[in-house]
Design a protein around this ligand. Structure first.
Ligand code: PXP
Length: 240
């Protein structure tokens, strides 16, 4: 499985003091040194961590695959069409939330989802919808023309190691197989960490995992390069 590293929390720390440290672009360069598949950033409506100038600078880095997470708004669509990242992952967004809570309701706004996706695909941007493991949502994404879904692994991550783990895991696996049968490619992310990520190998043909919080947290103790290398080894199935 490929690893996309979400570097939003580097910006969170930087913004805590309003200065320039730690530098988000240095973090992106370290991700590149580690050969990660994507650098993921969520440009939130309130710009609470990553800022427009960060996204623009990452986009300018040579041979870097930028995965831009964003809400399904006109403003974000315009930014994506101007910047042309490799990929966009369309996520729900609520101002009060601490982090993305739950997947996007694509089925409930299918006409807007189709209209939103079309110009992005025309610019050869890979489009993915961040959704819960729910067949209704998967079927809706398949109508938009987007080639990818990203399955929300938040519930699995929360209940990992408890009696509810198996159900949460089987929900993810069933959803991935359902999506793949419809011709969709499947990524996953949210809440994955060094302990719980191993079960993602039990889901056939997952393409990419997007992981942020646990990597940046571990980086405080071992450094970013080491933290990424350890997670990459887990994604590659090199360590149990
Ligand atoms: N994927 C999506 C769509 C997200 O919104 C997030 C959180 O920003 C992640 C992956 C990464 O989640 P975490 O930081 O919990 O690893």
């Amino acid at each position: 499985m490929l690893l996309g590293v979400n570097i939003d929390h580097v910006a969170t720390l930087r913004n805590a003091r309003g200065g320039i440290e730690p530098d988000v672009i240095t973090a992106a360069r370290i991700c590149k040194v580690c050969n990660v598949a994507s650098i993921t950033t969520h440009l939130r409506e309130d710009r609470r961590h990553i800022k427009d100038s960060d996204v623009e600078a990452i986009r300018m880095l040579p041979r870097t695959r930028l995965n831009l997470e964003m809400a399904m708004t006109k403003e974000m669509q315009e930014i994506a069409l101007r910047l042309r990242p490799h990929a966009v992952c369309i996520v729900p967004e609520k101002r009060q939330e601490i982090t993305t809570e739950g997947g996007l309701d694509v089925a409930g706004q299918i006409d807007w989802a189709i209209e939103f996706t079309k110009p992005l695909l025309e610019k050869n941007i890979e489009v993915s919808f961040f959704i819960d493991p729910d067949v209704r949502q998967i079927a809706a994404v398949s109508k938009t023309g987007a080639p990818f879904i990203e399955l929300h692994t938040g519930t699995y991550s929360e209940v990992y190691g408890t009696p509810e783990e198996e159900k949460a895991f089987q929900d993810l696996k069933g959803a991935a197989l359902f999506a793949q049968n419809l011709g969709l490619k499947v990524n996953a992310g949210h809440g994955l960490n060094y302990q719980n990520v191993h079960r993602m190998h039990e889901i056939p043909n997952l393409v990419e995992l997007n992981i942020g919080h646990s990597i940046i947290s571990r980086a405080i103790f071992v450094g970013l390069e080491q933290a990424i290398k350890e997670m990459k080894a887990l994604c590659d199935g090199k360590i149990d």
